[in-house]
Design a binder for this molecule. Structure first.
Ligand code: BGP
Length: 474
């Protein structure tokens, strides 16, 4: 079975990693705008270090990023040249509601996205919109503690209603939260959570997760009223966890690790808290505050499809004595001796993508969409400025083979594939430009120097051929 003609080939970005213009067009400050590049970045992302305003000492990669804000026409024209059917992008919440709790939306922000969508539609490119991708208005962090407060549900609802109404004829596919499970790993970076000393951090995180799950269900409810044709998806930082050995303890450990992530999609896709989560809350002394009607809301507003990012698999062991050398990843994972690693230590596992697709499809029986996948690498231009990124082509080729097998041989329903960072952009974890994923090179370095000129890498023409052959010519 070949991929369907409607298969959504394309690429993905996020507002804070590409737009720049961080205070232009009446935009307000958002969490990402106060996360500097450099050694403190991960501590801030993890909520271990407070950083709630910008200073002159640090470099903030989101402020200019790759200037998509001014160059989107050029960039979308390049995507069209590659034959993109779909472009995944996120909306900066603070362009629409600069403080998050404003009564009226900011027209300039809305207009910007109108222009971006029009540009996509001009080329027949379907926009796939992440409503929030790792950004929260700073004002809401300072005033109500971000997602720890139930009020966030109302503000998010206001945002969604505004977007769905405004773009109901331009956008069909929506994702409510980027990598919703990253709330557990990057509580500030993903959800604007900062912890007090001695508080039960897990309780704060799961309460915030409940608010996001309710917000996601409300968004789905509103979306269906505004346009029944909308397709609403959840988004998971996906990847199956392997047991280190065949010891049953390791198998059990891998299963429970996976459930930490499935938990979110279990609620969004099946519409209720799974029993294992309720038991886990009891053990952890977590008492979720739910409001009347929450359970019904979750039950009645499950997602239409499940989307996920996939970079590599994870490995875990129940034995504390096992070599604990971890692969450099934001997720805890042991190093898998069978896998190669990227320059950043991320483990490369194409078959793991097929495994993950099957695991998700077996569990949810809903269409899937791979919305992030790619290789972050250092690209070195030759004397003509050209980049021969065969390593990237090889990575993507093997992952495409893997998902094609999942479709053709396992019968997984897959709607599309948008590679991460189709144009070079700021890395989310490191804040660097030198960790590049794109088919399109952007001339800018880690200190923010460069012309911002765009140029085609070798992978650009390769991906163009892949798309035009619907994945047959790899
Ligand atoms: C995901 C995020 C993206 C993106 C990607 C690659 O977790 O959704 O925003 O950045 O990871 O990560 P990095 O940029 O750290 O290489």
């Amino acid at each position: 079975m070949a991929l369907s003609k409607e298969f959504l080939w394309g690429g993905a970005t996020a507002a804070n990693q590409c737009e720049g213009g961080y205070l232009e067009g009446n935009k307000g400050l958002s969490t990402v705008d106060v996360i500097p590049a450099g050694k403190d970045r991960v501590s801030v992302l993890k909520g271990k270090m407070k950083m709630l305003e910008c200073d002159d000492e640090h470099f903030y990669p989101s402020h200019e990023a790759i200037d998509f804000y001014h160059r989107y026409k050029e960039d979308i024209a390049l995507f069209a040249e590659m034959g993109f059917k779909c472009f995944r992008l996120s909306m900066a919440w603070t362009r629409i509601f600069p403080h998050g709790d404003d009564t009226l939306p900011n027209e300039e922000g809305l207009k910007f996205y109108d222009d971006v969508f029009d540009e996509c539609l001009k080329y027949g490119i379907e926009p796939l919109v992440t409503i929030t991708h790792f950004d929260v208005p700073i004002h809401l962090v300072n005033t109500i503690g971000s997602w720890r407060s139930r009020k966030m549900v109302d503000y998010y609802e206001r945002l969604c209603e505004t977007l769905f109404t405004r773009y109901k004829d331009k956008v069909k596919y929506w994702l409510t939260f980027n990598e919703i499970n990253m709330l557990l790993h990057l509580p500030f970076g993903s959800s604007g959570l900062v912890f007090e000393e001695d508080e039960n951090e897990e309780a704060v995180k799961y309460q915030a997760a409940h608010h996001q799950l309710v917000a996601s269900a409300k968004a789905t409810e509103i979306a269906r009223k505004i346009n029944p044709e909308f397709k609403i998806g959840c988004m998971l930082a996906g990847a199956s966890t392997y047991p280190y050995t065949c010891a049953p303890e390791d198998i059990w450990r891998a299963m429970t690790r996976d459930r930490e992530h499935y938990f979110f999609v279990d609620v969004q896709s099946r519409g209720e808290y799974p029993n294992y989560a309720k038991k886990m809350f009891e053990r952890m002394n977590i008492h979720l505050k739910m409001e009347d009607g929450d359970e019904e809301l979750l039950k009645n507003n499950t997602v239409d499809f499940v989307s996920f990012s996939y970079y590599g698999s994870r490995l875990t062991s129940a034995d504390p004595a096992v070599n604990t050398q971890t692969a450099a990843n934001l997720f805890p994972t042991l190093r898998n001796p069978h896998l190669k690693r990227s320059e950043w230590g991320w483990q490369i596992d194409p078959l793991g993508l097929r495994i993950t697709l099957n695991a998700l499809y077996d569990r949810y029986q809903k269409p899937l969409l791979i919305v992030e996948n790619g290789l972050g690498a250092v690209d070195k231009p030759d004397e003509n400025g050209y980049i021969e990124d065969d390593y990237r082509i090889e990575y993507l080729r093997e992952h495409i083979r893997a998902f094609k097998a999942a479709v053709a041989e396992d019968g997984v329903e897959l709607l599309g594939y948008t590679t991460w960072g189709c144009i070079d952009l700021v890395s989310s974890s490191s804040g660097e430009m030198s960790k590049r994923y794109g088919f399109i090179y952007v001339d800018k370095d880690d200190q923010g120097n460069g012309t911002l000129n765009r140029s085609r890498k070798k992978s650009f023409n390769w991906y163009k051929k892949v798309i035009s052959s619907n994945g047959e010519d790899l």
